[in-house]
Write a protein that binds this ligand. Structure first.
Ligand code: BYC
Length: 335
C-alpha cells in the first residue's frame, strides 16, 4: 500500500540508479518500517537503489524464464498424440507467454525498459532458469515438465505472492493459479503413460529420470553459496531460503511419484523420522554452474531461437507503435 513512505511530490517516481540513495534517512526508515510491518511497497514509494536493482534482476530473470520456457514444450505441439492433448499444450504454452508479459510489466513499474531487458537476455547479460537448457526428447517430457518443473515453480512462487513489492506479488497470484493447472496436466499425462503399455511406462520413467535432478537445481544454489538470499529475505522479497523450498518440493514429490507408479532416480532418498522430512542424495552443483555458464545441452539453441523470434517480430512491434500513434492523434483531434 502506498503510505507515508511515498516520496515528496518533487522526487522522481522512478529514480535512475544512484538517485535514490541520497534520500533523507527518514525515507529509508519509513521503507524499513513498511517492510517490517508486512506492508506492500508500491512503484511510487521511495525504495533503496539496491532493493530496486534486486527486484529488476529477479523479475527480469523470471520473465525471461517464462518466454524461453515456451520453447521446450512448443517443440511437441505439432506432435501431440491427440487433439485434446494438443489443445491443452497450446493453452499452457500461451499461458507462459502471458506470464512473461505480466512480469515484464512488473519490471517496468520499477523503471526498467522492456527493450533493454530483452537486449540483456539476447546478449547473455541476464539469465533465465537453468531448467530450460535441457532438451525435450519424448512426449513424456511434456508430462515431466508439467509435474516437476511447474511443480517446482509453484513451490517457489507461492511464497512470492507475499513478496514485499506489490506489483510482483500481485502478478504471482494469477501466475500460481495457472501453474497449478499446468502441474495437474503434467501429472495426469504421466499417469496415463505410466498406466499404459510397458513402452509408455518406460518412456514416462525415462523422462522423470532425466528431469528430476535439474528440477531440484531450479531452486538455486545451496544456501551457503546463495549470494542474494540473505538480503532478499531481509527485504521480504524471498520468504524462504533455496534449500528450504527444495526440501519442501522433495517432500511433496515423493508420495506423488508413488501414486504415479514411478520412481525418483535417487537411491539415497528416504524418510528421516527425526527430521520429519526426506533425506536426499547430493546434487551435482558442477552441472548447475556449467549450465549457467552457457554449457548446457540447449543453451545455444534456446538463445538463437529467441533472437530469431525477436527479429521476426519486429514488424509487429512497428505496426503496434504506428497504431498507438494514430490512436493518440485521433484522440487529440476529438478532444
Ligand atoms: N537458473 O543468490 P541466488 C517457470 C543464479 S519459470 C539460473 O540464490 P536468488 C516455467 C542467480 O540468478 C521459473 N540461474 O539467487 C516457465 C544468481 O545469479 P546473478 C522461473 C540461477 O535470485 C515455462 C546466482 O545464481 N522462476 O516456472 O536469490 C514453463 C546465485 O543465486 C538459478 C523464477 O524465476 C537457476 N535455477 O535466488 C514451465 C522464480 N538459481 O543473478 C515453467 C523467481 C539461481 O547474481 N526467482 N541462479 O547473476 C527466484 O525465486 C530466485 O531468483 C531464485 C534464485 C530462487 C531462482
Amino acid at each position: 500500500m502506498a503510505t507515508a513512505h511515498q516520496p515528496p511530490s518533487t522526487a522522481p517516481h522512478h529514480p535512475a540508479a544512484g538517485a535514490a540513495d541520497t534520500a533523507a534517512p527518514a525515507l529509508e526508515s519509513a521503507f524499513d518500517a513498511a517492510v517490517a510491518a508486512d506492508e506492500r511497497i508500491e512503484p511510487r514509494d521511495w525504495m533503496p537503489d539496491a532493493y530496486r536493482a534486486t527486484l529488476v534482476r529477479q523479475i527480469a530473470q523470471h520473465a525471461h524464464s517464462e518466454i524461453i520456457g515456451m520453447q521446450p514444450e512448443a517443440n511437441w505441439i505439432t506432435r501431440a498424440p491427440s487433439l485434446r492433448r494438443k489443445a491443452i499444450l497450446m493453452a499452457k504454452v500461451q499461458d507462459e507467454a502471458g506470464h512473461g508479459l505480466y512480469l515484464y510489466s512488473a519490471a517496468e513499474t520499477l523503471g526498467a525498459s522492456r527493450d533493454d531487458l530483452l537486449d540483456k537476455l539476447h546478449s547473455g547479460r541476464q539469465k533465465y532458469s537453468s531448467i530450460f537448457n535441457y532438451p525435450t526428447l519424448t512426449w513424456a517430457d511434456v508430462g515431466a515438465i508439467g509435474w516437476l518443473v511447474d511443480g517446482a515453480a509453484i513451490t517457489n512462487q507461492v511464497p512470492l505472492c507475499r513478496c514485499s513489492y506489490g506489483p510482483y506479488a500481485r502478478a504471482m497470484v494469477r501466475v500460481c493459479k495457472e501453474e497449478s493447472f499446468h502441474q495437474r496436466q503434467g501429472y495426469e499425462l504421466l499417469l496415463a503413460l505410466s498406466r499404459g503399455t510397458p513402452a509408455q511406462h518406460a518412456m514416462a520413467q525415462d523422462a522423470v529420470d532425466r528431469w528430476w535432478w535439474p528440477s531440484l537445481m531450479m531452486f538455486g544454489p545451496p544456501d551457503a553459496e546463495s549470494s542474494h538470499s540473505e538480503q532478499s529475505m531481509i527485504w521480504k522479497i524471498k520468504r524462504h531460503s533455496n534449500d528450504e523450498l527444495r526440501q519442501r518440493f522433495v517432500d511433496i514429490c515423493v508420495p506423488q511419484a508413488e501414486s504415479l507408479g514411478l520412481t525418483l532416480p535417487d537411491p539415497d532418498l528416504k524418510w528421516n523420522e527425526e527430521r520429519g522430512q526426506h533425506d536426499f542424495g547430493a546434487i551435482d552443483w558442477s552441472e548447475f554452474w556449467s549450465v549457467l555458464k552457457g554449457n548446457g545441452p540447449c543453451n545455444e539453441q534456446r538463445i538463437t531461437q529467441r533472437r530469431r523470434a525477436h527479429e521476426e517480430g519486429a514488424w509487429v512491434r512497428e505496426a503496434a507503435a504506428a497504431h498507438a500513434v494514430k490512436h493518440s492523434e485521433r484522440k487529440e483531434a476529438t478532444a
